[in-house]
Design a binder for this molecule. Structure first.
Ligand SMILES: [Zn+2]
Length: 249
């Protein structure tokens, strides 16, 4: 790389860090201004008393550091993904996890629509073999989200009928760190990336969030009820210890 290229790259990284900081300012009852980067994501905690100019100075003073953290974590995340067979590799001949199995991606412009092959080993994507990563990603993601929505509708209604626990609303989330969440007003959100994992995990997360409608904590009573409704809970939880949503897709 030429020195001028490197400088340009550096300027890009700094600009990305600046934008990421400003997009992720959380104002609240914090003691200090603080910036953190986790799994490549930035968060600026800003006490309510801090004004715009002080915040700007803080972000500018920390920009180099944030850019370096973001860059290193991105490389780490990429390496982790490459080493994980469940991580999506979005190109012809690549792979994607679906319901706990790894499907090989096969790009073919001549098929009628994106679908699973008859032997259930490939996901045939309606695209040219030379398609860009972004295009493969968009189509595969859309296909996964559709499968997720179907499964979510079916499994949520199954567990609502079985438990009598009725959420106010259930919707898909794009969360990369949480598989599911339940708000105090009774809305349940489920990560669409659950469709990549074995169906038992999907069921467990639904049960977990539904039981939160009765116990808004992780108390002994909460776990007893989850285990009673879904006895596979301990094995699914062990399995989930080694899976990160951000690594899948
Ligand atoms: Zn919980």
């Amino acid at each position: 790389m030429l020195p001028s290229d490197r400088l340009e790259r550096r300027a890009e990284l700094l600009e990305l860090a600046r934008r990421s900081c400003w997009d992720n300012v959380v104002r609240g009852r914090f003691k200090y201004l603080r910036v953190s980067v986790r799994e490549g994501r930035v968060r600026v905690s800003c006490p309510t008393r801090v004004g715009q100019s002080e915040l700007t100075r803080f972000i500018e003073a920390n920009l180099e550091k944030v850019a370096t953290w973001m860059h290193l974590q991105k490389i780490m995340l990429e390496n982790r993904r490459k080493a994980n067979p469940m991580s999506a590799l979005l190109c012809d001949g690549g792979r994607v996890a679906y319901e706990g199995n790894v499907l090989t991606l096969r790009c073919d412009p001549n098929i009628d629509r994106t679908r699973i092959s008859e032997d259930a080993k490939e996901l045939c994507v309606k695209l040219a073999a030379t398609a860009r990563r972004e295009d493969v990603s968009a189509i595969v993601q859309k296909w996964l989200k559709e499968r997720f929505a179907e499964r979510m509708a079916e499994r949520v209604s199954f567990w609502v009928n079985k438990t009598g626990l009725q959420p106010k609303k259930v919707s898909a989330s794009n969360a990369k760190t949480l598989w599911g969440s339940c708000s105090r007003n009774g809305s349940v959100r489920l990560s669409w990336r659950l469709i990549c994992l074995p169906p038992a995990v999907f069921d467990y997360i639904i049960v977990h969030e539904l039981v939160h409608l009765r116990h808004f904590d992780h108390s002994k009573a909460f776990w007893e009820e989850v285990n009673a409704i879904y006895p596979e809970t301990p094995s699914v939880r062990r399995y989930l210890k080694n899976v990160r949503a951000a690594d899948l897709f």
